[in-house]
Design a protein around this ligand. Sequence first.
Ligand code: SF4
Length: 390
Amino acid sequence: MQSTNLQPYKQIQGVYVHIPFCRQKCLYCDFNSYAGFGADVMAAYVGAVCREIAGYSKDLPVNANASIYFGGGTPSLLPVDCIEQIVSALKQYGYWQQPREASIEANPGTVDLAKLKALRQMGFDRISFGVQSLNDDELRAIGRVHNSEQALEAIDLAKQAGFTRINADVIYGLPGQTMASLQNTLTQLVATGIEHLSVYGLIVEDGTPLQKLVDAGKIILPDEDEAADMYEFVQAFLKARGFERYEISNYARNGAYSKHNLVYWHYYPYAAFGAGACGFNGSARFTGTPAVRNYIEGITNGKPVYDVERLMPAVQFEEFMFMGLRKKSGVNLLQAKERFGVDVRQKFGAELAPFIARGLIKNDEDGHNISLTEAGMEVGNQIFEIFVTD
Ligand code: SF4
């Protein structure tokens, strides 16, 4: 499909595939992921995903360089031939052409050298490991199945398999975590030579086992002050080691940004396949039914498996600003005007002025771009409020 002459926001720029299986459910997790399904359900699921890919009606053309992202859950839990089936379907139906990046999430303990080599051979060029911590007590406290040795080994094996683009997810504010243990985790990860880290604060989500344990006093989390100190420590530590904070929670050396996540932050359209996967065509969001068996059954019987949420233009603009300002590079105001007909300076100049005066938002010299300063990122939510319309 011809896609080169269209603006980037009128093409599918990314493709997400959701693999909702995990070996064990982590205590803090509220993602759409499930433990306990066997090989038969996984195979049926993969068949359904391939059918969904084949039957998806593209209302937008797919950019030839659309990025690919297999997320979860734990995609690396799938056998190689299952992953290969999905990759083949994406290629056959034009979603996987010459991707600017093809990324897959993996958990330590679910990969070996042969599997990692097979993934490289299929065309994945980036791998993202859910490391979270390199302290075994902390890992156990949040119900992770791996230990620190397996995490470091997984990174090493990925390098041996030929992956040069490797991310590790890290969480701060874990039960029992100290500044020293956080420092130790980051020191070891930086020493592996990987060029990307995603660092999040632990969130106690409603309804998770972690919430019950915290409420019952069985798990003690670092208090707010300690968590705030950890957050500041992460910024300073990574900055001093050459990591650029290019998005609120993401850090890269040598410009090794996540190209797929940039699609979301640019608010570009993306396709999504799988249970609970969420796609976006520029004006509506499509969310697949989350339950694995319902998804398989729906696809098999040709029943609709999506909830469609149409987004009012004001909401689209709000989301565009919200996503764009998460990036260090900020928002291009010419694009805001072109895409949404909104002159940001004219409409929001009065609200933005105090934040600019306090050094929380900066303008570039030609006035075509606004972005949050490092201090602004700390109070991002207050700034995002400006653009909320209701
Ligand atoms: S591995 Fe990730 S998706 Fe799976 S249960 Fe743990 S946090 Fe959730």
